[in-house]
Design a protein around this ligand. Structure first.
Ligand SMILES: C[S@@+](CC[C@H](N)C(=O)[O-])C[C@H]1O[C@@H](n2cnc3c(N)ncnc32)[C@H](O)[C@@H]1O
Length: 265
C-alpha cells in the first residue's frame, strides 16, 4: 500500500478552539479563492466591451496601431479584388472601426456589402450608427453570437473575412477550429484578416501553419512593435491554378458546435 502525504496521515482528533479557527480560515480562503476564480472567468466572458474600445481614442495606443494596420490591409484587399460586388463578413466586429473606417473613404465602397456580427447590443448599436453616419446603407450590423456559423450563413461565402480581436480571447482549440473552418467560410481567392498577440506562449507560428495547411497562402504577417506585441495576419484562400482547383492539405471542416467561445483564453 502506498503511504498518504503526511498532512493527511495525522491521527483523527477532536477540534479544539484553535483548530476550529484554522478550519474556518481555510474555508474562508477557499471561498475567497473560488470567488476570485469565478470573477476572473466572468470578467473574461462579460468584459465591458464598450469600454475596451476607448483605447482607440488614443492614436498612440497599441490598439490604434493595430487598427491602422488592419485598415491598410483591408483597403488593399478591396483594391485587389476582381471588379463587381464583394461580400465582407466581420466576426466579433465591435463598433466596426475597421470596416466602416475603410469603406467610408474607399472608391469601391458601393461594391461592398458587409455584415458585422457583434454580440454586445451597445456596440452593435454604435456600429450601426457609425455606418449610417457614413452613408453606408449596405453595411448590416447584426447583434448575434458570431461563434455560430448559422448566425451569419446567409452572408457566406465571404470575399473578405475579418477575425480581429478574437484569437486573444479564446482558447487554442477554438483558434485552431476557427482557422480550419475558415476555408468553408470564404470564396476561392477570399482573404482573411486576423489579429493575435505574440505574448508567451506565442501561438502565431502555429496559427500561420494551420492557415497554410487549410489551403491558405500567407499574404502578410505584421509583427507590430507595440507594448501588446500585436500582430496582424492576412491569408488568401487558394483558388485555381492552371484552371484546376487547388486542394488544401486538410479540407475545411465546419464544427457541429460553435467555432469559439469568448473567455476561454
Ligand atoms: C476584442 S473586441 C474586438 C472588436 C473589433 N473586432 C475590433 O478589432 O475593433 C471583441 C468584440 O467581440 C464581441 N464579442 C464577444 N463575444 C462575441 C460573440 N460570441 N459573438 C459576437 N461578438 C462577440 C465583444 O462584444 C467585443 O465587441
Amino acid at each position: 500500500m502506498g503511504s498518504c502525504p503526511s498532512r493527511f496521515s495525522q491521527p483523527a482528533r477532536s477540534l479544539g478552539r484553535r483548530d476550529r479557527g484554522e478550519l474556518a480560515a481555510v474555508k474562508d480562503a477557499a471561498v475567497k479563492d473560488a470567488a476570485v476564480k469565478d470573477a476572473a472567468v466572468k470578467d473574461a466572458a462579460v468584459k465591458d466591451w464598450v469600454a475596451w474600445h476607448r483605447e482607440y481614442d488614443d492614436p498612440s495606443s497599441s490598439l490604434s496601431a493595430r487598427l491602422d494596420c488592419v485598415r491598410l490591409h483591408l483597403a488593399a484587399a478591396i483594391d485587389q479584388m476582381p471588379p463587381g460586388s464583394l461580400q465582407v463578413v466581420s466576426l466579433c466586429a465591435g463598433q466596426g472601426h475597421d470596416v466602416i473606417g475603410v469603406l467610408s473613404g474607399h472608391p469601391r465602397r458601393d461594391d461592398v456589402r458587409a455584415l458585422l456580427v457583434e454580440s454586445d447590443p451597445r456596440n452593435a448599436r454604435l456600429a450601426a450608427q457609425r455606418a449610417a453616419a457614413a452613408g453606408l446603407g449596405q453595411v448590416e450590423v447584426r447583434q448575434a453570437d458570431a461563434g455560430y456559423v448559422a448566425n451569419f450563413a446567409d452572408a457566406l461565402p465571404a470575399d473578405l473575412l475579418l477575425l480581429c480581436g478574437i484569437f486573444g480571447n479564446v482558447g487554442e482549440a477554438d483558434i485552431e477550429r476557427t482557422v480550419r473552418a475558415a476555408g468553408s467560410l470564404c470564396s476561392p481567392g477570399g482573404i482573411v484578416i486576423w489579429t493575435r498577440h505574440r505574448r508567451a506562449p506565442d501561438l502565431t507560428p502555429r496559427l500561420r501553419s494551420w492557415f497554410a495547411d487549410s489551403g491558405f497562402d500567407e499574404v502578410a504577417f505584421d509583427a507590430l512593435d507595440t507594448s501588446k506585441l500585436t500582430s496582424v495576419g492576412v491569408h488568401r484562400l487558394r483558388g485555381e491554378q492552371d484552371g484546376r482547383a487547388v486542394r488544401p492539405q486538410r479540407p475545411a471542416s465546419l464544427p457541429d458546435g460553435p467555432l469559439f467561445t469568448f473567455g476561454g483564453a
